[in-house]
Design a protein around this ligand. Structure first.
Ligand code: SAH
Length: 226
């Protein structure tokens, strides 16, 4: 994996690579990311690979940043909390809806057996797949799909992570969750505060748990034109 980016000019992004890394991990811990597997994977997967251009100097700050197609790479601490809430095991097959930059999927790929990630923008899927290949991540596949319908070809899944907000958990995603499976997703209207929820598929039905308020871009139906 590539090195942490060495130099910068402004204050917040300044410091040696080791200092930045320490700040990055401190931000994760102070927001409640305590799972040691999640922390160690986030220490290794270089967020700088997934942020381009003028914002690359901010890659190690705990903030969301703009990416192509008018989308955003999520805040690292939110990525950490969602990954932790998903309780991914080494034998799990995971579906992510909302590839975006590919950062979250790269983290999942280090924890799971197999990861499928879909985005409605072909360009984002293609760019993410290029990064996965360059990083030698062979167990993660990015596909251009409308994730509202899940990924029926590869279903069912042990874990599903949705990184765009729907008003309610989409029915096809609930249906593609294995018994005992877990789905983590933001729900609510796009321009208000949404709730991150965890859904468990139990023998007697679905169990819903509210985790924390979050703010994500909306889950939009249909493929994008890029
Ligand atoms: N997980 C990403 C950030 C996600 S931003 C990362 O690690 O960088 C949310 C993404 O959801 C956007 O890229 C957006 O294009 C995508 N999205 C929105 N609606 C979608 C849909 N119906 N199907 C698939 N992806 C969708």
């Amino acid at each position: 994996m590539s090195a942490w980016q060495p130099e910068d000019t402004d204050d917040e992004a300044s410091g040696s690579p080791a200092e930045r890394k320490m700040r990055f991990l401190f931000a994760l811990r102070s927001h409640g990311v305590t799972d040691s597997r999640v922390l160690s994977v986030m220490e290794k997967v270089d967020r700088g690979r997934f942020v381009k251009g003028v914002f690359s100097s901010r890659a190690y700050d705990d903030m969301p940043l703009p990416i192509s197609c008018g989308q955003t790479i999520s805040q690292p601490s939110v990525v950490g909390l969602m990954t932790q809430a998903l309780q991914v095991g080494p034998r799990d097959t995971v579906l992510e809806i909302g590839t975006g930059s590919g950062y979250q999927a790269a983290i999942l790929s280090a924890l799971a057996r197999r990861v499928y990630t879909v985005d409605r923008w072909k360009r984002l899927s293609r760019e993410a797949q290029e990064i996965f290949t360059a990083m030698g991540l062979t167990n993660v596949t990015a596909l251009a799909r409308d994730g509202s319908f899940g990924l029926p070809d590869q279903a069912p899944f042990d874990r599903i992570l949705v990184t765009a907000a729907a008003e309610d958990p989409p029915g096809p995603l609930l249906a593609q969750l294995k018994p005992g499976g877990i789905m983590v997703l933001p729900v609510g209207q796009s321009d208000t505060v949404q709730q991150l929820i965890r859904v468990r598929r139990l023998p007697e039905g679905f169990d819903y748990e509210e985790l924390r308020p979050v703010r994500f871009v909306p889950l939009v139906e249909g493929l994008g034109n890029e």
